[in-house]
Design a protein around this ligand. Structure first.
Ligand code: ADP
Length: 476
């Protein structure tokens, strides 16, 4: 992966310096050509008569030495003028004047072909240009050897800088890759392996993330651990519930079996005895059927919780519901010498499922009567604030011990098993009530003192907000 990242960088670096060097040499060559053209204008050609045996004429020329010298200095070049006899008339280095020069480029220019040689390896540009007279005869050649060491220096410095950039970028890449490997890749594969091990049951159910891992990954692991905890809890609860249910259902059946077996084993049983046994059997049958009813209610509520929004919500008068519950339970209360009173309060209208809320309040008021003392009281009060309605159910009964307060809403939980059995309790009433109130977005709170009494407070929002709407708002 590192190579994939660095290879393009190295290629770009190599080609960019090469291209840049070519361009610099080309620009320099163009510049030199212009200078050579200019130098040509500093050479003046003329034709003179020469007294000789053949009385012929010959060409000669003059030049501005200063101009040649200046160009030689500015371009760090050696410039020479070679006449048609290949003799050096001018040399900016003053070394080879009056010597013969048969340089290949000079010979070529003397024969009419100007020369421009770019030699990047030896870092110079060579030029040879012929100067012609009025008869188009070449009278001399301007020869130049221009040093290009400065271009090489510039390119070397550029290369050096690019190398440094390459090294820095490589180091950054390496650091990023290391960070990626240590903070992302290793923890992710660890997470995956642990999940696979947990799935295959080869490890305990919790994922342990290394400290250095991404906080998002740690959050993910924590969420996964929470999820595993929740499913384990649900699984345990389900198992516990199934064993509780079978135990609860078995108890009345066992009692019926004992009662009927003993009845059958007796001889000459009197009519009164039959009646007594059958009454007990009928009581156990009623209990069994009550447990089954409550279980069915719970199961219906659970399926309602899963299939959100199937509550039959409408605006209801909460005071009327409370009055109805009180009226319905009044005969049982009277039988126990318990007085149910409704405290005067203003009318409260709430968006609720009337049948379910009636059941929830009914269970709690029924308990307030059931676990009361003869001559005791049950007081009902409906109050509201701009957000919620509160239904308070206060009794002067036996109360609930502090250590049991947190458990009374658990399924099949009873503070006093025998007493609850006597009163026909299934241990599911409060659990059903809490379920219903929670489905409405509310909650139930309990406060109690043993021997003095208990207060249950049902708090429900006045406006029902469905889980679908809530989820929508949460997403926003
Ligand atoms: P049950 O059908 O046994 O009444 P509940 O779920 O309604 O089941 O109540 C759970 C337990 O909480 C009861 O068994 C009882 O011990 C206790 N409890 C509930 N309400 C009261 C109350 N008002 N006063 C005293 N104890 C109560």
């Amino acid at each position: 992966m590192l190579l994939c990242l660095l290879l393009p960088l190295i290629i770009v670096r190599f080609f960019s310096t090469r291209e840049y060097k070519n361009e610099l040499y080309e620009n320099r060559a163009n510049d030199i050509m212009l200078q050579t053209e200019m130098l040509k204008s500093y050479v003046t050609t003329m034709t003179v008569s020469v007294e000789s045996a053949t009385y012929s004429t010959t060409s000669t020329y003059s030049y501005d030495e200063t101009a040649f010298y200046d160009v030689a200095v500015i371009y760090d070049a050696r410039i020479a003028i070679i006449n048609s006899y290949y003799v050096v008339d001018y040399d900016s280095y003053n070394l080879y004047e009056k010597t013969t020069n048969l340089n290949e480029a000079v010979v070529s220019a003397m024969n009419g072909t100007d020369v421009l040689n770019i030699n990047m390896d030896d870092e110079y540009i060579e030029t040879a240009t012929g100067i012609t007279n009025s008869k188009d005869e070449i009278v001399c050649v301007i020869y130049g050897m221009y040093s290009c060491c400065d271009i090489t220096g510039l390119c070397d410095s550029l290369e050096w800088h690019l190398n440094i950039i390459c090294i820095i970028v490589s180091i950054i890449f390496i650091i990023i890759i290391f960070i990626y490997i240590f903070i992302v890749q290793i923890p992710v594969s660890k997470l995956k392996n642990q999940m696979i091990r947990i799935r295959n049951g080869k490890s305990d159910s919790h994922i342990k993330m290394p400290r250095a891992s991404f906080s998002e990954l740690s959050d993910l692991a924590a969420l996964y651990n929470d999820y595993v905890d929740k499913t384990t809890r649900l699984d345990n609860n389900r198992q516990q519930f199934v064993s509780d249910v079978s135990h609860e259902l078995k108890t009345p059946i066992a009692a019926i079996r004992v009662l009927s077996d003993s009845l059958l084993s007796m001889e000459d049983v009197s009519k009164d005895m039959y009646k007594e046994f059958l009454t007990d059997i009928s009581g156990e049958v009623n209990r069994e059927s009550k447990i089954i009813d409550d279980l069915l209610t719970l199961s219906r509520l659970d399926s309602k919780t899963e299939n959100v929004n199937i509550l039959e919500i409408k605006k209801c008068n909460v005071n009327e519901i409370v009055s109805y519950v009180a009226k319905r339970l009044d005969p049982i209360a009277r039988a126990k010498n318990v007085d149910i009173t409704i405290k005067e309060s203003k009318v409260v209208i709430a968006e609720i499922d009337e049948v379910l809320i009636t059941m929830a309040i009914g269970n709690i008021v029924e308990n307030a009567v059931k676990y009361n003392k003869p001559g005791g009281f049950v007081t009902l009060l409906v109050t509201s604030d701009p957000r919620d309605v509160t239904i308070s159910i206060t009794d002067t009964g036996i109360g609930i011990p502090k250590e049991d307060l947190n458990n009374v809403f658990d399924r099949f939980y009873r503070v006093d098993k025998t007493r609850s059995r006597e009163t026909g309790g299934t241990g599911l009433g409060l659990s059903i009530s809490k379920n219903i109130v929670n489905m409405h977005g509310g909650d139930i709170f309990v406060n109690s003192e043993t021997g003095i009494g208990t207060v249950f407070k049902i708090i429900i929002p006045l406006r029902y907000i469905s889980d679908v709407t809530k989820e929508g708002n949460d997403e926003k």
